[in-house]
Write a protein that binds this ligand. Structure first.
Ligand code: HMG
Ligand code: MG
Length: 305
């Protein structure tokens, strides 16, 4: 893979929609995902096989996964917190899933109702079953630059959980700045710590934009050698167990950055802006993408202030 190629993981239909007030029916989620794949995105989180008592917005994920078209080169994936979730994902046709651990004990308890060590034992069982079924597993670490409940999180704590996920067989480890509190300097420190224990080529950056730092952090991570980033069209969402966190960095903004850097990604920015308009209308919200807002204003479609 050329060093100027960046792979984006579109998480809007999962991380985004899981925290929007309006819960969308499966057919709209499918429409969104198909449009995003048409726009050139190749890895797309389509749902989560979690308890719908914990995250009601992700109910109907099986129907979403079953309805998506099979496309060469496109991976539809979903979050699973345990073997029960994995079995449901496999039944719905998933060939890839993601497990999600945290670098903060308090967040682990609030998010998945167990300690970090318990979650890693649970994920070990998921890995065994996934391997048997030939399902690829991506790993997440949350709270990599701060916890909504306990504040500072040490890079060494993130590196330790990342190493565990990689050692148990995750093909990629996504570092989640759940509360969006990171800065470029902290991002570099974090990548340096994690790349001691996991190859930088399999580290992904997952930045929420609560403090407006996500694009700066992605730039810092690019400089540190990261080439995989998670993002959400229109900057949808947040995290239901992270009070105050805003959505992921907008995919449109990441594409604009990459275009400016002359880096390859294979995604059509104009198409993304249209998709953002579609999903915002469904949700009754404004876009969180600065790039979208600026380009729509240029076309005279929205007012600037
Ligand atoms: P629990 O209450 O401890 O689970 O929840 P339990 O094993 O005691 O079971 C309780 C009930 O849940 C039972 O049902 C189980 O069958 C059911 P009942 O008998 O009471 O009717 N259950 C399930 N149902 C559906 N799917 C399942 C499942 N497992 C058990 N897989 C559990 C533990 C993990 C289930 C719960 O805490 C949960 O679902 N948590 C999900 C939280 C979540 O999705 N958070 C958002 C995603 S993480 C995130 O956004 C961060 C990320 O973006 C990166 C970043 O930004 O940092 C990835
Ligand atoms: Mg997230």
């Amino acid at each position: 893979m050329a060093d100027d190629y960046v792979r984006l993981v579109e998480v809007g239909a999962r991380d985004g929609l899981q925290n929007e007030k309006r819960t969308l029916p499966p057919q709209i989620r499918v429409q969104l995902l198909e449009m995003l794949a048409d726009a050139g995105l190749r890895t797309l989180e389509a749902g989560a096989f979690v308890s719908s008592r914990w995250v009601p917005q992700m109910a109907g994920s099986a129907e979403v996964l079953k309805s998506l078209t099979t496309r060469t080169g496109v991976t539809w994936t979903a979050l699973v917190p345990n073997v029960k979730g994995l079995e449901a994902a496999i039944e719905a046709g998933c060939r890839e899933v993601a497990i999600f651990a945290a670098a903060s004990e308090a967040f682990s308890q609030k998010n998945i109702n167990c300690s970090i060590a318990q979650s890693l034992r649970r994920y070990q069982e998921v890995m065994v079953r996934a391997r048997d079924a030939g399902v690829r597993v991506r790993g997440y670490v949350s709270c990599v630059m701060g916890c909504p409940f306990t504040g500072h999180v040490k890079p060494e704590a993130v590196a330790a959980v990342s190493a565990s996920l990689f050692a148990m067989g995750c093909y990629e480890v996504s570092l989640g700045d759940t509360i969006g509190a990171g800065t470029p300097a902290a991002t570099k420190t974090l990548i340096n710590a994690c790349s001691q224990v996991v190859p930088v080529s399999v580290l992904a950056g997952h930045f929420h934009d609560s403090y407006g730092m996500a694009i700066a952090n992605i730039h810092a991570a690019l400089e540190a050698g990261v080439r995989i980033f998670d993002s959400s069209v229109a900057g949808l969402g947040g995290c239901p167990y992270s009070p105050g966190a805003t959505g992921n960095v907008a995919t449109e903004d990441v594409i604009y950055l990459l275009n400016g850097l002359g880096m390859n990604h294979g995604v059509d920015l104009d198409a993304l802006i249209e998709i953002g308009e579609f999903i915002n209308a469904e949700l009754g919200r404004e876009t969180a993408s600065r790039v979208s807002r600026a380009l729509l204003a240029k076309r005279g479609l929205v007012e600037t202030n």
